[in-house]
Design a protein around this ligand. Sequence first.
Ligand SMILES: NC(=O)c1ccc[n+]([C@@H]2O[C@H](COP(=O)([O-])OP(=O)(O)OC[C@H]3O[C@@H](n4cnc5c(N)ncnc54)[C@H](OP(=O)(O)O)[C@@H]3O)[C@@H](O)[C@H]2O)c1
Length: 327
Amino acid sequence: MEYTTLGSTGTTVSQLCLGTMNLGYQSEGWKLGEEESREILERAIDLGINFIDTANVYRGGASESIVGDVIAEHDRDSLVVATKVYGSMDDDNPNAQGLSRKAIEGELANSLERLGLETIDLYQIHRWDDETPIEETLRTLDDAVRRNQVRYLGASSMWAYQFADALHTSDRLGLERFVTMQNHYNPVYREEEREMLPLCDAEGIGVIPWSPLARGYLTRPHDEFDTTARGSEEADERGDRHAVYRGGGGREINERVAELAADRGVSMAQLTIAWHLHNDHVTAPIVGVSSVEQLEEAAEAVDVSLSESDLEYLAEPYEPVPIVGHD
Ligand SMILES: NC(=O)c1ccc[n+]([C@@H]2O[C@H](COP(=O)([O-])OP(=O)(O)OC[C@H]3O[C@@H](n4cnc5c(N)ncnc54)[C@H](OP(=O)(O)O)[C@@H]3O)[C@@H](O)[C@H]2O)c1
């Protein structure tokens, strides 16, 4: 594995972050059950992946719990564990969601318990909360850092003006600032290049893209997208997202990924991960996998090299697409 630093912090993370949105105890559609989830987490640690991303809402807390179970059997201090807060954890409790002091303090305690940790390395706000003043959120997060419940703060998909507001507010009030942005970014969804990524570069923010493989769209030819359990569910239920990937030059980009991958003798998934690793904006893509084999393949992508002309070839067909992933 290759390593990098997490934004402008001194903490070292693997160039691949393992996404755990699909891990849990019971298999359900494309989401995995306990045995496969454990195997993936164990193998990721074996491969030197020290950076793991989860969220309180993933599988209703089961993703955090299984991450907690597996890391308890390892040297937890050698891992960098990231989780998130914002989404609803209890439909009957309006304070089990959002970014108020009450919501964050309750949800942070629950995440620490499920993860079996005293300190979460990277605590991220999953979205912007229109109902809570950003000062309240930032003071609460700053208190959590001072209590040693959290080491670093991160944010996820929002508008660049909101993120700029948050960074400015923490500087103005002398509070801990966000060190990472977890946003939607891949070769067929590059809208973040307009405002968010230049802002992150200027502010020394680490960028850890989600859905870096376009949810599997860039791991096989576009007309085979719905041949897996996940692909068919994505094509049916999240048709909006899939349509966005197919639009804006996405089909041609998919074909060019296939062509360059065949030329290099690597898989499309590896070629797409290499695109992220050659991208100056990106710190570490958060890769989701459906099997140990996919994970092993992803780990080998750190050795795939791309030239400037390869990158231009992949970029050329792209056209603007509607914003997806802020909701
Ligand atoms: N902050 C946020 O709002 C947010 C939103 C979404 C996700 N996330 C984070 O990002 C992580 C990744 O997101 P994601 O799963 O949507 O995106 P992704 O990494 O773009 O796509 C993962 C899918 O790509 C396919 N794949 C992966 N490796 C492959 C390989 N080697 N060969 C062939 N196919 C491969 C698999 O689908 P098939 O089974 O179809 O092959 C897999 O489920 C999540 O686990 C989560 O941690 C965050």
